[in-house]
Design a protein around this ligand. Sequence first.
Ligand code: BGC
Length: 745
Amino acid sequence: MNTSPATSARVTELLAQLTVPEKVGQLIQYFYFGIPAALAGEESEIAQQPRAVEDALARGAVGSLLFVTDPAENNRLQKLAIEGNRHGIPVLFGFDVIHGLRTIFPVPIALAASWDAGTIEEAQAVAAREARAVGIHWAFAPMVDIARDPRWGRMIEGAGEDPFLGSVVAAAQVRGFQGDHVGAPGHLVAGPKHFAGYGAALGGRDYDEVDLSDQEFWNTYLPPFAAAIDAGAGNIMSAYMDLNGVPASGNHWLLTEVLRDALGFDGFVVTDANAAKDLETHHFASDAADAAVRALNAGVDMEMAIAQPAFENLVAAVENGLVDTARLDDAVRRVLEIKEKLGLFDDPYVDAAASEAVLADPAHRETARRAAERSAVLLHNDGSVLPLDADALGTVAVIGPLADSKRDTIGPWVFDHDLDETVTVLDGIRAFVGDRAQVVHEQGVAYPKRTFPSMFDMWGDTSPTSAPDFDAEAALEAAVNAASAADVAILVLGEQQDMIGENASRSDLSLPGDQQTLLESVAATGTPVVLVLMSGRPLDLRWAASHAPAILEVWYPGTRGGEAVANLLFGAAAPSGRLPFTWPRSVGQVPLHHAVTRSHAPQDQVHRYWNEESTPLFPFGHGLTYTSFSYGEPRVDAERIGRDGTVTVSVDVTNTGARDGVETVQLYLHQRFGTSSRPLRQLKGFRQVTIGAGATTTVDIELGPDQRRYWSAATRDWMLDASTFDVWVGADAHAAAHTEFTVTD
Ligand code: BGC
């Protein structure tokens, strides 16, 4: 029996007593949907699922359940599991705790935009506390997939384009979810996903194939997974798509040689939903039985099954000698170990009565407000239009389809939120302004429509839609009149939350529906326009950036989002978020990111297209605030170091404005020559500092061998070259302050 030294006597003993069907049962996770049959369709698989799952629980053939968030229901199902299993093995409850459970935090791309590991860790710790209180043990999060193509809707769930920032964010999320060890009280097992390369889907189309070069795979897509694993993540979810022609969830090289051997992961691997059965859909496995064998043998430990599990076939496969029994035992051992670490063998039930107080904790809402304030990005602020002065304004017009939509304010991938306590931007502004100014609201346009339905429609918790007889002309006229009569027009525009996320890719980045017309019509009144953008991806802001004096990207800011946005607009808080991705001018430029290599005709680098510049609209790392900063000349503490050496880069940063502020000092590195071509610039360090008005702070950032090591396709190995390195330090990927150092043999 393949038992690691860490395996406890209890797990070893239990494993020895299990029959093959009992072992296989531990490797199956079922969805248990609480979707009313009326919505799902009486005869649908989803409506039938609860009965099938309860039968399996009664047979002792279930390892885990997902999608149960009601503590009483959780206890009922747990009892069925324990009583149905002759060893009394409890089930593990997993769920998509993506950005909060009851308290909804800004969406993950927004949390990443805070560039603040503390904020991120704190948010996910609250999410974990709430989820654990209702009996959830494990989060299918964080999503650590690098995303460089904003057509891909799942960009919203990750940390953007950059492996360095992505690694910081991944580790912070794992610490937040899990605490300092698997099984920490009030925490969840973290399950970074989707292993690996999922974000590089062809054309940005969700689930489509991925062809990644080895150097992209190792240098760009894997580091956030490595960071999450180093932070102790107890689970990994395998991805849906083909990776270089082999399905990720049936890929032995990926799930065993890379994940186990190279990254040293020793937790358990679950497939994405239905991804084991999908091996047949991929034209890879011949049938569900073959799919189960190939997934397990590749390194999957648990199947997430939407309906009939493929893994049920493993019982016969063991009899037929098609699976390696040591591999089977290894998978079962990992699942039992996680249950033991969570304390489930001794304490499988949840205190349902105590959960309400945890979910209602006002401190959680305050954490959400702070996180929303920290994650908004001020993209543009001509003539310091922001912050607004509530006392100096007679009338404030708040316009747009997203200004007062509670459902859109909290974003996708939430299920247990309370809309009644969600604060929209309009609510937030009204509360902030009080009777100091008059606040008027106009929707301006119909809610934009999706061309195709959303996979989340079956929950019935959809974004608002407009009636077919919505009078578009009258709405636009009312908005223009309101703007004309106001001192400022705050336009809240963007994509509704169901236009982004899983299976919500987009072939265009324009403002959906009639919102561009609304923006242009309101701007034409001459009233200063503040554009508040809700999105989880960059949208086409070419017109807005040259016509709207101020643009604040607030993402989908969560339960207390509107309050945070009002605080930012009126200066009770100052924006400090930074873009975690490069903001393209138009969709034709994508994918566009900052860490590209240079080749022929570098002087024409900005003219690669004849119709528009190749440069971004806003660079990676960009974000303004209500003060300004200047940078001194950066210094290195050593001009020459050995290959294993570290240099410290120091720079003096001065707050040149009249208000205290937060600056995110970013360090970009470039290796001038080496075994491979090296990117023009790569983020390799950053520090967030608060600097008082007029004060100067010295910021030190260390650059060690880990920041210079890279995987080279020339040697097919990790390299640490002797070379000369350029260093730029500044406020975004276009930072100008420069120094250099040399690494010698
Ligand atoms: C998604 C996963 C998610 C799972 C369970 C899948 O469709 O790709 O990210 O965790 O469903 O809800």
